[in-house]
Every structure is written in structure tokens, then in C-alpha cells.
Write a protein that binds this ligand. Structure first.
Ligand SMILES: Cc1ncc(COP(=O)(O)O)c(C=O)c1O
Length: 404
């Protein structure tokens, strides 16, 4: 008789976005005349830019022609895309990363969930709290996280690094030494980040204690301040302790197109084992390559036209971020983030819980956001608004909030 992987039974239901959807649908059924503005989910709203749609059309035509048709893609990615990534995301920033250290994938969610397959079963992971839930849940499925305490919302075998206004959202080195540290910078959900020298301290720490950093840089394109690293490989010594995961979802609107990549430097070794060789082996077995059409679209992200058009698109969302931030401050809220990331993290007023504030905002302003407690216990008392809406909706939402 077959048995299931019991680790799945340990997972608490991921009710965050389904609870939000249920509450919003109940409210709009009861109040059909109300126009609800959604600033909750981190999905983009602007269409693909022309440089990308042109590349897609061209690649589709190639696929319809016997001479230029492409079958299975190389499972690590086409050279044209890996070289464009090497040149633009790394060499242009003075970082020594080569194309054969870059693994093209279908996005950062799968890579950030799957990378734990390289770790030993008894690996102890450390995560920021609040956190993008995928890192912990993937380790739960692999049976690495111990038991879940519903009261504290914590796993017994996970190290939590609280990131709150008290420590300016900068994670501190944990008391217990972790084997693997997940860092997402700029951060989802808090919209905050750390300076390059603070990141260098994490790299030095990881090299000192022999830990591996999984660095999720999905929001890199939104960095506006000078002293923030665009890649962890700007830090000295990162080649021996860090894997970097990138997405095309937020910088180029690929949430529905699907493309990402992971960098595994060849210097990353444990004993005789090369993590680069292991990830190549894993990719070769479990992944059959991102579509040719999509990789051509990814290449267009690095063309002159693509870069110029995407700069404007990122600026569009960051204008929304500035509008939300200024509007909330005007209304008396304490606000964080929104400078190097498309998320605004606000302190709920009057000691309201995150969910109380969710209901308040939905009912009084017909605006939907995300309760901070959904991202971890240290998110309680905070609330996330995204800058990924349209400008018109963002302005209207803030007008409503200011009028409360
Ligand atoms: C921190 C972080 N990493 C990864 C992802 C997923 O990216 P992708 O669309 O490339 O799977 C998200 C999406 O919201 C995210 O917030």
C-alpha cells in the first residue's frame, strides 16, 4: 500500500491569499455597487513592453518555419541568454560570474523552492521574519523543519531572524549558527533593504561559519539608492558562500510569461562536492529548459530598446510607490519601504492587528492589501500595499485612505 509524504500533512494551510479572496468576494457580493481597488497581490499590471513583444513575435515565426524551428532547449539555457545575463547583470557591475555558472529556469519561485534539494537532510535553515513563504514551506515538504507550533507560528527546527522597525528591518546574526541562510533583498514583504556594507557583513559571516546564503534578488530592478548592492557578488567572498536567484517577473512583467535564473558559482564547494555540478545534474534530470520563445523574450530585456522601455516601466511602478508612501504619511501612518522596492509596509494604527486593519480598509475604503501577519509572526501589526497597480487606481486608493 502506498504511503504519502507525511511532511505535507504538517504544513499549515496557506490561507493568506485564499482568505483574502474569500473576504473580498463576500464583501463585493454584499456591496455590488462598491468599486474595490486591489493593492494586495504582488502581480504586475502593465503589459509587456514593445521590445519584448517584438522578440516574442519573431521567435514564434521562427518556430513556425522548418529552417528555424527549435525543439528541446538546452536544459541549462540557451547561450544567447546566459551570455546576455553574464554581460549585463554581472560583468557590467564588475562581478566575476561566467555564463556557465548561470542556470536559466522558469522563474524564481521554483528555483527558491527547489534549491533545498542540494542540502543534507539535517540542514538547519535561517529565514527572516516576515518572509516570502516559499523558502520555509519547501523545507517543510523535505522534512527539515521539525514541528509546527500554531501559537507561535514557528517551526521548531527553523531559525527566525525578526525584521521589524526596532532593528530597522536589518536581520541580525542568529545566536544559533545556521547551515543555510535565506535572504531576500530588496525584501518582500517589507519593501526595505540593507546597505552593501551590511550585506558584506553577511557574506563575511557566512564564510566564517561555513554557511550558504540563498540570495533572492527578485526585486533588484527597483533599487534606487547608491549604497545598495544589485547582486550579492558585488560583495567580496560571495563566490564561496552564495547562490543568487533572479526573476524576470518584476523587472520585465514576466509573471505570466515565466523566466528566471539561478547563479551557482564554481567556487561553491563542500568537500569534493561542487554545488554547480550538482545543480547542473539536478537541472538536467528534472527540467527540460525554458521555452525558446521565452528565452528570446528574455534576451530582449537586455537590448537597448528593452532596457529603455523597462526603465520607464519600473519608474511607473515606483511613482505608485512614492504616491502610496507620501499619501500614507500625509494621513499620519508610519510607513517603511517603497524606495528600493515596489512594496510599502505600514504600521497598523491604534494597535489594530493586521487582519483588523485589512477589514477596516476593505470596508471603509474598499481597498485590499495584505495583512503582515500572513508573512510570519513578526509581521503582526504591519500591512503591505503593492505599487504594482495602475497609477489611476493607486491615486484613487490613497484619496480614499486619506479621507478616512
Ligand atoms: C521574493 C520573491 N521571490 C520569488 C518570487 C517569484 O518569482 P517568479 O515569478 O519568478 O516565480 C516572488 C514573487 O512574488 C517573490 O516575491
Amino acid at each position: 500500500m502506498f504511503q504519502v509524504n507525511d511532511n505535507f500533512q504538517k504544513l499549515p494551510g496557506s490561507y493568506l491569499f485564499s482568505t483574502i479572496a474569500k473576504k473580498v468576494s463576500a464583501y463585493s457580493q454584499a456591496n455590488p455597487d462598491k468599486k474595490i481597488i486591489r493593492l494586495g497581490i504582488g502581480d504586475v499590471t502593465q503589459p509587456l513592453v514593445p521590445a519584448i513583444t517584438e522578440a516574442l513575435h519573431k521567435a514564434v515565426d521562427e518556430m513556425g518555419n522548418a529552417e528555424t524551428f527549435h525543439g528541446y532547449a538546452p536544459d541549462l539555457g540557451y547561450d544567447f541568454l546566459r551570455s546576455a545575463i553574464e554581460k549585463n547583470d554581472y560583468q557590467a557591475r564588475g562581478c566575476d560570474i561566467q555564463a556557465d555558472e548561470i542556470f536559466v529556469s522558469d522563474g524564481a519561485k521554483s528555483d527558491s523552492a527547489d534549491i533545498q534539494e542540494l542540502f543534507a537532510a539535517d540542514t538547519k535553515i535561517a529565514v527572516c521574519d516576515p518572509v516570502y513563504p516559499v523558502y520555509v514551506d519547501a523545507n517543510v515538504m523535505a522534512g527539515r523543519t521539525g514541528t509546527y507550533n500554531p501559537d507561535t507560528q514557528m517551526w521548531s527546527n527553523v531559525i527566525y531572524m525578526p525584521c521589524t522597525s526596532e532593528n530597522h528591518f536589518v536581520p541580525e546574526f542568529p545566536k544559533e549558527t545556521p547551515d543555510v541562510i535565506y535572504l531576500c533583498l530588496p525584501n518582500n514583504p517589507t519593501g526595505t533593504t540593507i546597505t552593501k556594507s551590511q550585506l558584506q557583513e553577511w557574506v563575511d559571516y557566512a564564510n566564517k561559519v561555513g554557511a550558504l546564503i540563498i540570495y533572492d534578488a527578485a526585486y533588484e530592478a527597483y533599487i534606487s539608492e547608491e549604497d545598495v548592492a544589485h547582486t550579492i557578488y558585488e560583495c567580496e567572498g560571495a563566490r564561496t558562500c552564495a547562490i543568487e536567484i533572479k526573476s524576470f517577473s518584476k523587472n520585465a512583467g514576466f509573471t505570466g510569461v515565466r523566466l528566471g535564473y539561478t547563479v551557482v558559482p564554481k567556487d561553491l564547494k563542500r568537500g569534493e562536492a561542487s554545488l554547480n555540478a550538482m545543480w547542473a545534474r539536478r537541472h538536467g534530470t528534472k527540467f527540460n529548459g525554458a521555452p525558446y520563445i521565452v528565452q528570446r523574450a528574455g534576451e530582449a530585456v537586455y537590448s537597448d530598446a528593452g532596457k529603455a522601455q523597462l526603465k520607464e516601466q519600473v519608474a511607473y511602478y515606483m511613482k505608485n510607490a512614492a504616491t502610496i508612501k507620501a499619501g500614507l504619511q500625509e494621513a499620519g501612518y508610519t510607513v517603511f519601504g517603497g524606495v528600493n522596492a515596489p512594496y510599502i509596509w505600514l504600521k497598523t494604527p491604534d494597535q489594530m492587528t493586521s487582519w483588523e486593519f485589512f477589514d477596516y480598509l476593505l470596508e471603509k475604503a474598499n481597498v485590499v492589501g495584505t495583512p503582515g501577519s500572513g508573512f510570519g509572526p513578526s509581521g503582526e501589526g504591519y500591512f503591505r500595499l503593492t505599487a504594482f497597480g495602475t497609477y489611476e487606481n493607486t491615486v484613487a486608493a490613497l484619496d480614499r485612505i486619506k479621507a478616512l
